[in-house]
Design a protein around this ligand. Structure first.
Ligand code: COA
Length: 163
């Protein structure tokens, strides 16, 4: 029988508890979940691809059906290459909708097999973003409520380093 696979793409710069919430819920819905960390983004990332992948691996190490991978270029092409037809994205608020809707339609235009499923973010994390985490950590604030505990020190050490 064909497995139900899905891909959850993102920059994860860095991963937050909001991302983890989407990963945990998606992993329950699909036989296999690829968490795909974007390599070359138009967004300039603070954490290197190696750092972002290593943190993602730490956070998902106890989840048997989650595989961390990386991609560059178009998501729609990458999904085709690994034979996945479902992409997952989290929606925090109406403000996310326009961008996500445009991206879902563009991806579908490039790869007509690719469906996008939106999961509503847990209300606890509605306000949360990777930028907020970076801003608080850089200024010496406490980010323990916002990021998974296994990567807390990695994030703090990296952002409080002066380079
Ligand atoms: N809870 C909390 N925060 C969340 C969240 C959730 N459930 N979901 C997203 N976020 C936040 C992130 O923290 C991040 O915050 P930031 O803007 O402060 O950095 C932001 O929302 C979005 O980050 P992320 O989910 O990591 O995705 P992204 O927007 O950086 O990446 C890709 C989107 C990778 C899916 C998209 O850029 C892509 O596919 N790129 C490849 C090129 C392509 O195919 N483009 C589409 C066709 S043109």
């Amino acid at each position: 029988m064909k497995q139900k696979n899905a891909i959850y793409p993102g920059s994860f710069d860095p991963i937050t508890k909001g991302h983890m919430d989407i990963i945990k819920r998606s992993a329950k819905m699909f036989d296999k979940l690829y968490v795909a960390v974007l390599t070359n983004s138009s967004k300039s990332c603070c954490f290197t691809i190696e750092e972002r992948m290593e943190m993602m691996r730490k956070c998902t190490s106890d989840m048997q059906n989650v595989e961390v991978c990386t991609f560059s270029g178009l998501l729609a092409e990458y999904a085709k290459k690994i034979d996945v037809v479902t992409s997952i994205r989290g929606l925090r608020a109406v403000t996310d909708f326009e961008y996500e809707f445009q991206m879902a339609l563009t991806n579908k235009k490039i790869n007509k097999e690719l469906e996008t499923i939106f999961l509503t973010t847990n209300s606890k994390y509605m306000y949360l973003s990777s930028s907020i985490v970076k801003e608080i950590a850089r200024n010496g604030g406490d980010i323990s409520d916002f990021v998974p505990s296994v990567v807390l020190d990695d994030i703090k050490n990296r952002l409080q380093r002066k380079d």
